[in-house]
Design a protein around this ligand. Structure first.
Ligand code: HEM
Length: 337
């Protein structure tokens, strides 16, 4: 019995040591992200990105919205690996070519920053890190929201338009539909509602909300949760033909008509007045699971801004590639050869 015990014990010990070795090798191969990651290898990396964002946003403030949205669309699809930047090829439809990314903007800012980084520190800073830094800098210029961005992401080599469905919530999502996706990414309900506050800047095209105006339900053409005054305005901008999601009507409207270029909690105040442009926005206020969070954010701008920075940093760490995984792309829109 004693023999069995000691043998079992030593086997357990060996198994434990093996586990420690596996964990150690895994953690060294795939280290976690670190603040100041480029301190030794490219000390000016974050300053270069911030400078580039400042330059572009000073000419076109709307690009701040594009850059914040880009982080969301990158991180929710295959993790934050810059797959959103890869171009389609004759044999592959990349994420870029999907309907959800059709109006994504700000690519030129990322490419300019990456160009400057390649000139200063070739082959060092990943495109995925540039997206994460740029989204932070956009939050800073649009709303004074600043936060540390742990870095060390590496770039993926795959981008598939077919990955969008089930990972990027469509604008007709209920709060429960969206939560289904956000929870899978490891984000809390509070973080979901907080991050959606990004809709306090930027714009939407008509097909993203026109069904609310003309074709809400067979027995009810207009969404009753939409303020009638806002509905009349939106109808004046978007004709019934824009109910077609493939419509190429170029009209856009502000997501927050009160402070459209300021990243703040006005978005939540709008929701309390039934003035959310997207169904997926208004549903956060009409749904009991999120209504309280909307009211809280509407009442406390400082608290929301603090939570927003934290949630952006957390979103920027979803399923990242690190260590020897992936690669540092030389050009952000093609994988290295
Ligand atoms: C339930 C979740 C979400 C849904 C359904 C959603 C959907 C949309 C849609 C449909 C648009 C307008 C696209 C168009 O028609 O041009 C949009 C714009 C935007 N989204 Fe979201 N979104 C969600 C969450 C987020 C999150 C988490 C962020 C970032 C943290 C974000 C940032 C933005 C920004 C900044 C814009 C304006 C973009 C611009 O002006 O270029 N969204 N979103």
């Amino acid at each position: 019995m004693a023999v069995i015990n000691s043998r079992a014990c030593s086997m357990l010990f060996m198994a434990a040591m093996l586990l420690v070795a596996v964990i150690a090798s895994t953690s060294s191969a795939f280290p976690s992200l670190e603040v100041d990651f480029y301190k030794e290898t490219c000390p000016s990396a974050e300053a270069i990105v911030r400078q580039t964002v400042r330059l572009f946003v000073s000419v076109n403030p709307g690009l701040a919205a594009g850059l914040i949205r880009m982080l969301f669309h990158d991180c929710f699809v295959r993790g934050c690996d810059a797959s959103v930047l890869l171009d389609s090829t004759p044999w592959n439809q990349a994420e870029k070519s999907s309907l959800a990314n059709r109006r994504l903007r700000g690519y030129e800012v990322i490419y300019a920053a990456k160009g400057a980084l390649e000139a200063r520190c070739p082959g060092t800073v990943s495109c995925a890190d540039v997206i994460a830094f740029a989204a932070r800098d956009a939050s800073y210029y649009a709303g004074g929201i600043d936060y540390a961005v742990p870095a060390g992401r590496r770039d993926g080599r795959v981008s598939l338009a077919s990955d969008i469905s089930g990972n990027i919530p469509p604008p007709n999502s209920t709060a429960a539909d969206s939560w289904n996706i956000f929870a899978k990414k490891g984000l809390s309900l509070d973080e979901m509602v907080t991050l959606t506050g990004a809709h306090s800047i930027g714009r939407s095209s008509c097909p993203s909300f026109a069904r609310r105006l003309y074709n809400f339900a067979p027995w009810l053409p207009q969404d009753p949760s939409l303020d009638p005054g806002l509905a009349a305005y939106l109808k004046s901008r978007c004709p019934p033909s824009t109910v077609d999601v493939n419509s190429t009507d170029p009209t856009t409207v502000w997501l927050d008509g009160v402070t459209p270029e300021k990243l703040d909690n006005q978005y939540y105040k709008n929701l309390l007045e039934h003035k959310g442009v997207l169904f997926s926005d208004q549903t956060l206020q009409t749904s009991p699971m999120t209504a309280g969070l909307v009211t809280c954010n509407a009442e406390h701008n400082e608290v929301w801004a603090e939570k927003f920075g934290k949630a952006m940093a957390k979103m920027a760490s979803i399923d990242v590639l690190t260590g020897s995984q992936g690669e540092i792309r030389k050009i952000c829109w093609v994988p290295n050869y």
